[in-house]
Design a protein around this ligand. Structure first.
Ligand SMILES: Cc1ncc(COP(=O)(O)O)c(C=O)c1O
Length: 347
């Protein structure tokens, strides 16, 4: 018998969206940014390549400085991660003992569940209403950590601000507000940091900064929390290429702001076009939409789109098994997807 941990054995593990090894798909399945970052951010790469024999800066100083400027916080309030997934993981290992409870919405980013379970934590699922939204503030005295994504996938809308604030104000737990999609929306929760010492906001450069492949994310929180999280972090958690490219990306803030605007325009057009094609579609404040075709099963639509080399995301979860999640592509990609859907509908 291998000496395995029971909690790991019992967990199926996180299932990421497909990453095909060929380039012949229109990829609308993992909420990546369809636009590349500006080429000048790669100029920093040559210098870093000449230094690969040296370890990178363990605390990502230049990157945190750049991020602090853009987020309007102090560098002491920032921890950088190998993607924001790294920060979620660090938060669990810093604040939760195995056997203690972690709470999150019953429909949200599924990695929270996986990370909690492989840590040996118990899970408390907070029920959402028929629109998959939080219907009241969370009161969960048993939880040590509460994860709330806002905007929350798979719908992509912000959690009600008043409920979220009351949750932070009343919680004895640490509350992680995961703002992975916030740049595609009109609001954020950075102001909560001034009021609540138990709040951590996470951000990622995977979506709005077109750097999913570089794996860069952040935790923003009060200094006492950051101090503890730093002890748990892998000592060199960000490689030097990622640090340099991500730092340079923050210099191109205006370029990215234009992209966010473009993505939001395309999203709103897709949303209306899908409704015209007889889909039920939730409004979205993210770079994806959750849509339910009223004339074909979502599973069948997913397969037929895949046959046409268009990848969208289909989840087997019973509450959303008749929905597909479509990430926002370029205008041309979305036109191709809409043409394919029209063809499937009329065949
Ligand atoms: C809500 C949410 N948080 C975090 C992430 C992961 O971000 P990163 O690429 O920074 O690890 C995702 C990715 O899909 C997400 O949907």
């Amino acid at each position: 018998m291998l000496p395995l941990r029971e909690c790991v054995l019992q967990t199926p593990g996180y299932v990421p969206g497909e990453q095909p090894l060929t380039n012949d798909y229109i990829k609308l399945n993992t909420n990546e940014n369809p636009y590349p970052p500006p080429p000048e951010i790669f100029e920093a790469l040559q210098v870093e390549l000449s230094k690969v024999r040296l370890y990178p800066d363990p605390v990502s100083t230049q990157l945190r400085k750049a991020a602090a400027r853009v987020f309007g916080v102090n560098i002491e309030n920032l921890i950088a991660g190998n993607g924001s997934d790294d920060i979620l993981n660090i938060a669990i290992r810093t604040f939760v003992n195995p056997g203690e409870a972690i709470a999150f919405l019953d429909l949200t980013y599924s990695l929270y569940d996986t990370l909690a379970k492989i840590h040996g934590a118990s899970v408390i699922e907070i029920p959402t209403n028929e629109n998959f939204e939080l219907g009241e503030p969370i009161i969960c005295p048993k939880a040590k950590l509460i994860f709330i994504a806002s905007p929350n996938p798979p719908v992509g809308k912000h959690v009600n601000r008043e409920y979220l604030e009351k949750t932070c104000a009343n919680a004895t737990a640490i509350v992680v507000i995961d703002e992975a999609y916030v740049d595609f929306s009109q609001e954020n929760h950075l102001d909560f940091l001034q009021k609540y010492e138990n709040v951590i906001i996470t951000r990622t450069m995977s979506k709005s900064y077109s750097l999913a492949g570089m794996r860069v994310g952040f935790g923003i929180a009060s200094q006492p929390l950051i101090e503890q999280m730093n002890k748990v972090r892998d000592s060199y958690n960000l490689n030097r290429m990622s640090q340099a490219i991500a730092t340079a990306a923050f210099e191109s803030h205006t370029y990215f702001q234009n992209i966010w605007q473009k993505v939001c325009q395309t999203r709103n057009r897709l949303l209306l076009s899908l409704r015209d094609l007889d889909f039920f579609v939730f409004d979205s404040e993210s770079n994806f939409v959750l849509a339910s075709p009223q004339w074909i099963s979502a599973a069948e639509l997913y397969s037929q789109l895949k046959e046409r080399k268009i990848l969208v995301r289909y989840f087997k979860h019973p509450r959303i098994s008749n929905y597909v999640r479509i990430s926002i592509g370029t205008d041309e990609e979305i036109d191709r997807a809409l043409e394919a859907i029209t063809e499937i509908k009329t065949q």
